[in-house]
Write a protein that binds this ligand. Structure first.
Ligand SMILES: NC(=O)C1=CN([C@@H]2O[C@H](COP(=O)(O)OP(=O)(O)OC[C@H]3O[C@@H](n4cnc5c(N)ncnc54)[C@H](O)[C@@H]3O)[C@@H](O)[C@H]2O)C=CC1
Ligand SMILES: O=C(O)C(=O)CO
Length: 320
C-alpha cells in the first residue's frame, strides 16, 4: 500500500505525477484549515505533507496524528516549529541550494533598481513627466565601487557577494554567526560586528533566516547607525526588521531608500504605509520566482518527501 501524502501548494504537473506514482495523494492548490474541509479531513491520515508556507505548530500537528514527514518547498523554514515537529519524531525538510543564483539575481536587481530609482522613474515616464533629461530629479546613487554590507553570508548571501564583487567592483563587508575564511579569501570579504557593518556600509543587505535571534534585529537603533545615504535591502523575512522603524527611517530621511522583497504581513495589505513611500522599492516576495527554479524546488521537495516516506533519510533533512 502506498503512503498517504497531502499536497497543499500548486505543483508542476510532472512533479505531482511523480508524487502520485509513489503516494496516495490528495492535492489542493491552497490549504483550507476550516473544520470539516476536504483539506482538514485529508490531514487526519496524511503521512506526508508537501507545500510552501503553512504554519506547522503543535495545534496543527494535533490534527495530523499519522504524519512522518513535512516537506517545505522553500529554503526558509520559519513556518515550521522544528522543536515541536522533532519532539513527535516527525522529519522536516527544505530546498537549499537550488534557488541560490535566482534569489541572488532578484536581490541584486532590487539593489540596483533601488539605487537608481528605476520603478519610480518608470512611473515618471508613464505619467508624462519626462520633459528634460538634465533634470536632477532623475538622479540616483552609484552601486559600483561602493561597500556592500551583507548580514547572513550563507548560500544566497555568497551569490549576492559574487555579483557585487566581480560584477560591480564593490568592497564586501559581512556579519555572520561565524566567520568564513574561504569566502573572505575568494571575495576579499571582511568580517565586521553588526554595528561596524551598519556604520560602514553603503548598502546593507539582510539575508539571514528568521529565527528567535534574528527577529527584529534591524530596528530604530540600527537604522540610526546607518549612513544617511544608506540603502537597506531585505531579502530574508519581513519580521527580521522592525517595519515601523523602517517606515520612520524612510520617512524622516534617516536612510536614503529601501528595497524590500519580504514583509511582516504578506501579501502587503491595502493602505500599508510603505505603499506611499517613493524611496521604497517593493517586490511581492519573488526571490525564487522563476519557472526553472520553482520547478527545481518542487522536484527537490518531492524527492525529500518520497525518500522520507520510503524510510530513507531525505537529502535535505533539517537537523533539530
Ligand atoms: N526573498 C525570497 O524569496 C527568499 C528568501 N529567503 C530567505 O533567505 C534565508 C537565507 O537562505 P540561505 O542563504 O539559503 O540560508 P543559509 O542557511 O545558507 O544562510 C544563512 C546565513 O545566515 C547566518 N545567520 C543565521 N543567524 C544569524 C544571525 N543571528 N546573525 C548573523 N548571521 C546569521 C548563517 O550563519 C548563515 O550563514 C532563508 O532562511 C529565507 O528566510 C530564501 C529564499 C528566497
Ligand atoms: O525559499 C524560500 O525561503 C522563499 O522565501 C521562497 O523561495
Amino acid at each position: 500500500m502506498k503512503p498517504k501524502a497531502l499536497v497543499y501548494s500548486k505543483l508542476p504537473e510532472e512533479v505531482l505525477e511523480y508524487v502520485r506514482e509513489h503516494c496516495e495523494t490528495s492535492s489542493f492548490d491552497a490549504p483550507d484549515n476550516t473544520p470539516g474541509s476536504p483539506f482538514t479531513e485529508a490531514l487526519k491520515d496524511a503521512e506526508g505533507l508537501l507545500g510552501a508556507g503553512l504554519k506547522v505548530d503543535a495545534a496543527f500537528l494535533d490534527r495530523a496524528p499519522q504524519l512522518k514527514i513535512v516537506s517545505n518547498i522553500s529554503v526558509g523554514y520559519d513556518n515550521l516549529i522544528i522543536p515541536e515537529i522533532s519532539r513527535r519524531g516527525i522529519m522536516a525538510t527544505n530546498t537549499p541550494g537550488v534557488l541560490n543564483d535566482t534569489v541572488a539575481d532578484t536581490i541584486f536587481g532590487l539593489l540596483v533598481a533601488t539605487a537608481r530609482r528605476m520603478p519610480e522613474l518608470d512611473r515618471y515616464v508613464r505619467n508624462g513627466q519626462w520633459k528634460d533629461s538634465r533634470d536632477d530629479v532623475q538622479f540616483g546613487l552609484d552601486v559600483h565601487h561602493k561597500t556592500l554590507g551583507i548580514i547572513g553570508l550563507g548560500g544566497i548571501g555568497e551569490k549576492i557577494v559574487q555579483r557585487a564583487r566581480f560584477g560591480f567592483d564593490m568592497d564586501i563587508i559581512y556579519h555572520n554567526r561565524s566567520r568564513n575564511p574561504k569566502l573572505e579569501e575568494q571575495y576579499g570579504a571582511v568580517y565586521r560586528t553588526l554595528d561596524e557593518l551598519l556604520v560602514e556600509a553603503d548598502f546593507v543587505c539582510l539575508m539571514t533566516p528568521l529565527t528567535p535571534e534574528t527577529r527584529g534585529m534591524i530596528g530604530e537603533r540600527e537604522f540610526k547607525l546607518m549612513k544617511k545615504s544608506a540603502i537597506f535591502i531585505n531579502g530574508s523575512r519581513g519580521a527580521t526588521v522592525d517595519e515601523e522603524a523602517l517606515i520612520e527611517a524612510l520617512h524622516s530621511g534617516t536612510i536614503w531608500a529601501a528595497g524590500l522583497d519580504v514583509y511582516v504581513q504578506e501579501p502587503l495589505p491595502d493602505n500599508h504605509p510603505l505603499l506611499s513611500l517613493d524611496n521604497a522599492v517593493l517586490l511581492p516576495h519573488i526571490g525564487s520566482a522563476t519557472r526553472e527554479t520553482r520547478l527545481e524546488m518542487a522536484w527537490t521537495a518531492a524527492r525529500n518527501l518520497v525518500a522520507g516516506l520510503e524510510g530513507k533519510t531525505p537529502p535535505n533533512l533539517i537537523q533539530a
